[in-house]
Design a protein around this ligand. Structure first.
Ligand code: GTP
Ligand code: MG
Length: 393
């Protein structure tokens, strides 16, 4: 499953975002380092279900009137402080936790109500723009330290006659979560000696930060937008295009309202309805959330996840079916599964996403929208419904 990680300084709202997005019960409090052990759960990205093009909606448990929710993994780690790669704060084990993440949501306290270490201060006192850079720096330095730690083995390998530095570096870096393509592109753009003994720390750091930027892209979550001075959000947006203002707290309140049966809201909607009995205080709280949503087009929590997966990673959703006419599986469920695929994925990639046996036995595929066979090199795209024919099914 695709993996999204929440990172950021302590007290920015990572666990609140995580709770809202997964509805799992975790500790949230207004002091630094509330989270010590990482939380791992399932949330969803939102897209339009292909059933919108049919007479009847699919009735899938993750489809609400054509709003389709596709599972991704969400990771909530302890707060990071500058110097974490050297063990400051709760140390570098949390950088290790980010190894398997495909994309990072950097949760920033846009209100300026916490300092660089996450200690509460007056709202507006701290400039959140100052927090932007350090996460990237910590991740870069963390990766550089791994490269350095492994350098002896690269030097040892270089004594072998068939030594190839690119191969060695690819092996090392894919071992800590980088993709082969990301490493290859980074190496192409860098100038470095063939002999590992001639490498300096600068070479290693340049490699690490290039690989990190290519394989761990970052979306900025400008959280606590409900209390943030508007210019703070503006400044964050100017610094990073992929900045989404959020109120994680607001999203959490809405989801709790839905759970209690008093609010009608689907994650990612621009607005909500109060449908049950609420106290005057609750109503006032909900109306404040509505104002923030009106300003930003929603609470931002769903939008941040969608931006990370669909815009930054450029993934798309494809739907495997067994019956190409009814778009069902063997039990008759319409559009039973949704898979997130990387750009350029083909029907065989979808087959592998379903199951490695299906992929191994791949014979051909049928586009169920058009009801015709599609070639092996055909690049799938968002909303494709595909019947895979395999010796394994
Ligand atoms: N006003 C406002 N407060 C929020 C929002 N999101 C979180 N908070 C508050 O910020 C404080 C910290 O929230 P957490 O979710 O525990 O923060 P964290 O980033 O997980 O903190 P650590 O685990 O210590 O790293 C809590 O008091 C939350 O209620 C929001 O959108 N708006
Ligand atoms: Mg936390």
């Amino acid at each position: 499953m695709l993996s999204v990680a929440l990172a950021g300084k302590p007290n920015a709202g990572k666990s609140t975002f995580y709770t809202a997005a997964t509805m799992a019960d975790v500790d949230v409090a207004n002091y630094p380092f509330t989270t010590i052990d990482a939380n791992r759960g399932v949330t969803h990205v939102r897209t339009e279900c292909p059933c919108l093009d049919r007479e009847k909606h699919c009735g899938h448990e993750h489809c609400h009137d054509g709003k389709r929710y596709v599972p991704v993994e969400l990771l909530d780690v302890a707060g990071l402080v500058p110097g974490a790669h050297e063990g400051r704060g709760l140390g570098n084990q949390f950088l290790d936790e980010l190894t398997n993440a495909d994309v990072i949501l950097h949760v920033v306290d846009a209100s300026g109500g916490t300092d660089a270490e996450g200690e509460p201060v007056e709202v507006g006192e701290h400039d959140p723009v100052e927090d932007l850079q350090f996460i990237e720096e910590e991740m870069d330095l963390w990766l550089a330290s791994i490269v350095e730690r492994n350098w002896e083995s690269v030097e040892r390998a270089s004594r072998s006659p068939d030594f190839d530095i690119d191969e060695q570096l690819t092996e090392m870096l894919t071992g800590v979560g980088a993709t082969e393509l990301g490493v290859a592109r980074a190496l192409r753009g860098l100038d470095y000696p063939e002999d590992p003994i001639q490498w300096t720390d600068d070479h290693r750091e340049a490699l690490a930060s290039d690989v990190r930027a290519r394989t761990k892209p970052i979306v900025v979550v400008a959280n606590k937008a409900d209390v943030a001075p508007p210019e703070n959000v503006q400044h964050l947006k100017e610094r990073n295009e992929a900045t989404i203002p959020t109120t994680a707290d607001g999203e959490l309140a809405l989801r709790k309202g839905v759970e209690a049966g008093v609010v009608d809201y689907d994650p990612g909607d621009p607005d909500f309805e109060i449908t049950g009995e609420v106290s005057d205080d609750q109503r006032a709280g909900l109306e404040r959330i509505r104002e923030v949503m009106a300003e930003h087009g929603g609470t931002g929590v769903q939008e941040a996840l969608d931006t990370a997966v669909y815009d930054v990673l450029e993934h798309f959703t494809a739907y495997p079916v067994e019956d190409e006419t009814h778009w069902t599986d063997a039990s008759g469920q319409v559009l039973p599964d949704a898979h997130l695929l990387a750009p350029g994925s083909t029907p065989r990639d979808l087959a592998y996403a379903v199951h490695s046996d299906i992929g191994d036995g791949y014979l051909h595929a049928v586009d169920a929208r058009e009801n015709r066979r599609i070639g092996e090199d055909h690049e799938l795209s968002e909303g494709d419904v595909v019947k895979v024919v395999s010796t394994a099914n």
